[in-house]
Every structure is written in structure tokens, then in C-alpha cells.
Design a protein around this ligand. Structure first.
Ligand SMILES: [Cu+2]
Length: 274
């Protein structure tokens, strides 16, 4: 699995190799989530993943959910068994390789990703103020007098970006995330899934989302249990709040035919996917 970082300016398709620090696209095998390909394994298989960090400036801390693995080799060679160490995250210095091994004994969809925050955010990790949990009601109208089409975003995280349905240039990714089987996955960039199954499709295709057996997933407690334990839920649960649509925002749910920011440079017209 090759890790890379790129600087791709708005309206261009060619990564800028002269960038020194301000990378905005992070890839596994040349693709950013949700465009990455899932890794697949059959239950009981011994899995060996060799990771190479081709980034010019960044280290990456590659983390696998659901498993412990052992670091069994570096680009300097095999590590003798007595020297192998257990991990859930392997640090990848620039220009290095690490090889990890484990037995795929737990079925499921397990995330494997870089643990550096903006490496799983792609463009959204750059140059915006932190307004998490700030009350921004009415701010759009005020700022739009100065900046037409202005949108306040980020007060509930960046998941809302996927719900808006804003048009993007044809060779672009959503700013962050994709709809998963349970909820919107607010991740991008250096992020993919390890899919472990009893049986894999014979044609090597993606096995789809894991169907959890009944009783193995967390679910909302029934009212009777909450009452028994003396728990009273607040009226406006955080989950509901994070998905609310601002009444004052014409962009939400009704994307304009031609987004102002793109129309300015006619990016839609200039970029064609080959
Ligand atoms: Cu990283």
C-alpha cells in the first residue's frame, strides 16, 4: 500500500510537485477515500500488508481498527521474531516501508487509515477557522452582503458537506466523506477499509457492506430500559442537531444550478475527465 501526498490547485488536474508543506490530497495507492479500493481477506487467512510512504514531507501513522498486528519487517529487512512488536498503529517515516502481519479472525468492515487528522480530510483540512459549536445563526445573510454566495460551515463538523449535494468539478471528490450503510462517513483522503468475510465473491469484486449478525451491534435503548435506569434524554439530541438544515441557508438541500465559486472561473467547462 503506497502512501502519497499531493498539492492540487483548484481548477487544475496536475499535482504540483514543488510544494513543500501545503499538501491537500492524500492517497493510498493513488486514490483518496471514498475512491480507495477496500482490502479483502477471508476468515482465518494470515494477512501481510506492506506499506510504503512515498510522501516527500509527511510521516503517516497508519491505524487498523479491530485487530492487533505485529510489525514484522522494515525496508531494512525482516525483523527476527523475538524483536517483532504488537501494534494497532504503525508509524511510517517519510521514504520508509513497514510490513505488518495478523490473522484475519474477526469478520467485519475494519477501517485502516492515517491517524493524522487532516490526512483524512483532504481539502477540508486547510485554512478555515475553527467554529465548532459556535452559534452562527444569521451570519450567512450578513456576510453575503460582502461576499455573495458565502456559506458558513464547520460548526457541527464537516459531515454536512456531503448532505448538501453541491456540484463539484467532474474530476473532483466530495469535499469529505461518503454515505455508509449506517450514516454519513465523515472521512476522506488516506482512508480505506479491510473487509474480512467468511466467503469472498469468486470474481474478486468488493463484497459490499458487512451485515452484522443480530445482537452484535449497539442500538438505541428502548424507552422501558431508559426509564428503569432513570435516564431522561434531552429533546434535541446531538445527532439530530448535527444533521439540521439551517433555515436561512438557501444552499442547503437546494444546490444552485451553477455554484458561484465555480462559475467564476468556469471550472466545469475547463475540466474534462479522461
Ligand atoms: Cu498521514
Amino acid at each position: 500500500m503506497m502512501l502519497s501526498e499531493w498539492k492540487i490547485e483548484v481548477g487544475t488536474r496536475r499535482p504540483d510537485p514543488n510544494e513543500m508543506t501545503d499538501f491537500n490530497v492524500f492517497t493510498m495507492n493513488g486514490r483518496s477515500f471514498p475512491g480507495t479500493q477496500a482490502l479483502v481477506a477471508k476468515i482465518g487467512e494470515r494477512v501481510r500488508i506492506r506499506i510504503g510512504n512515498l510522501s516527500t514531507m509527511s510521516h503517516h501513522s497508519i491505524h487498523l481498527h479491530g485487530y492487533y498486528f505485529k510489525v514484522v519487517a522494515t525496508d531494512g529487512g525482516e525483523i527476527p521474531e523475538a524483536g517483532q512488536w504488537p501494534e494497532t498503529t504503525v508509524h511510517m517515516p517519510t521514504g520508509s516501508t513497514r510490513t505488518v502481519e495478523f490473522v484475519a479472525n474477526a469478520p467485519g468492515d475494519w477501517v485502516i487509515h492515517c491517524h493524522m487528522l487532516h490526512h483524512v480530510m483532504t481539502q477540508m483540512g486547510h485554512r478555515f477557522g475553527n467554529i465548532i459549536d459556535i452559534n452562527t445563526e444569521g451570519l450567512n445573510q450578513k456576510i453575503r452582503k460582502l461576499v455573495p454566495g458565502y456559506m458558513t460551515m464547520g460548526q457541527d463538523g464537516m459531515g454536512e458537506m456531503g448532505d448538501m449535494g453541491m456540484a463539484v468539478p467532474p474530476n473532483s471528490l466530495p469535499m469529505v466523506g461518503v454515505q455508509g450503510q449506517h450514516d454519513y462517513i465523515t472521512m476522506g483522503g488516506m482512508f480505506t477499509l479491510l473487509k474480512v468475510r467468511e466467503e469472498l465473491p469468486a470474481d474478486g469484486s468488493d463484497p459490499g457492506w458487512y451485515k452484522s449478525p443480530p445482537g452484535t451491534q449497539a442500538e438505541a435503548a428502548p424507552d422501558v430500559d431508559l426509564k428503569r435506569d432513570g435516564i431522561e434524554l434531552p429533546k434535541d439530541l446531538p445527532k439530530t442537531a448535527a444533521r439540521r438544515k439551517s433555515k436561512d441557508d438557501v444552499w442547503c438541500g437546494v444546490p444552485p444550478a451553477k455554484p458561484t465559486l465555480l462559475a467564476k472561473n468556469e471550472i466545469n467547462g475547463r475540466i474534462k475527465l479522461h
